[in-house]
Design a protein. Structure first.
Length: 249
């Protein structure tokens, strides 16, 4: 459990420093440090990510750094997609889910390595593309148990016309909405199959993640973020290789 708590703090640190990417570590933490089966790890990841994101999103909302129209514009299709993705996740071999998860970790690593400082906010909102993006990213969230902030933030800026200063807080609220919906589908399906969720582990990792996000925000304000981001990208690639070798192949 101590290892799982340390892993949860790392999740929170990365969320606090980078604003996204940290939730993708939740599944490996549950798999290897909390010894959960793959299907329960993916489902539990969703509710942990949901609570941590909701907490961060509410803090951003207090600072008026959330665009609520965009929360609903992205969030409603995202919730539909998350439910569909979770339904698909309950119908396939967990190794397939983990393989998709490995691919996402590699994509997240590349995006974090490249950074997003050069993203320019367009003047118009591409509504149809926003809806499609919400559905697709929501489906990914539900299928593999990740928040998808590394995909949502660029989409908010490039498709939704959201200034970067608002994109992270808005992204956190969207992640919370679709993660709760995805978890609800997993919960009903897995409990019907006789699986039991370890709510003690879920609660401890959630709280540790929230505490870590506070520390991450403090660290991010004092250390060179670009170098930290590249180091985290390398770490994500290493974790992708670990998941692939230990749980897929």
């Amino acid at each position: 459990m101590i290892q799982a708590i340390l892993g949860a703090v790392l999740i929170g640190l990365s969320l606090g420093i980078f604003g996204s990417g940290g939730s993708i570590l939740t599944v490996p933490v549950l798999l290897y440090l909390a010894d959960m089966p793959a299907n329960l790890a993916i489902a539990s990841s969703l509710v942990i990510v949901a609570f941590i994101s909701l907490f961060g999103g509410l803090l951003s909302a207090r600072k008026k750094l959330v665009s609520w129209p965009h929360v609903w514009l992205f969030g409603i299709p995202g919730m539909v997609g998350a439910y569909a993705g979770a339904w698909g996740g309950t119908a396939v071999d967990p190794r397939i889910q983990l393989l998709v998860f490995v691919v996402l970790m590699a994509i997240a690593a590349v995006m974090m390595w490249r950074g997003r400082s050069n993203i320019e906010t367009p003047k118009d909102v591409k509504v149809v593309r926003v809806i499609l993006d919400g559905l697709i990213v929501g489906a990914i969230t539900g299928f593999v148990g990740v928040g998808g902030g590394f995909l949502i933030v660029p989409a908010l800026v490039l498709l939704g016309g959201v200034p970067m200063i608002l994109a992270i807080g808005t992204s956190l609220m969207i992640i919370a909405l679709k993660s709760f919906v995805g978890f609800a589908k997993y919960y009903s399906a897995l409990t019907a199959q006789g699986f039991e969720f370890d709510w003690t582990v879920i609660a401890i990792i959630t709280v540790a993640g929230i505490v870590g996000s506070y520390a991450g925000a403090w660290i991010g304000a004092r250390l060179p973020r670009q170098k930290l981001q590249k180091a985290f990208a390398v770490f994500l690639l290493i974790m992708a290789v670990v998941v692939l070798s230990q749980s897929v192949l």
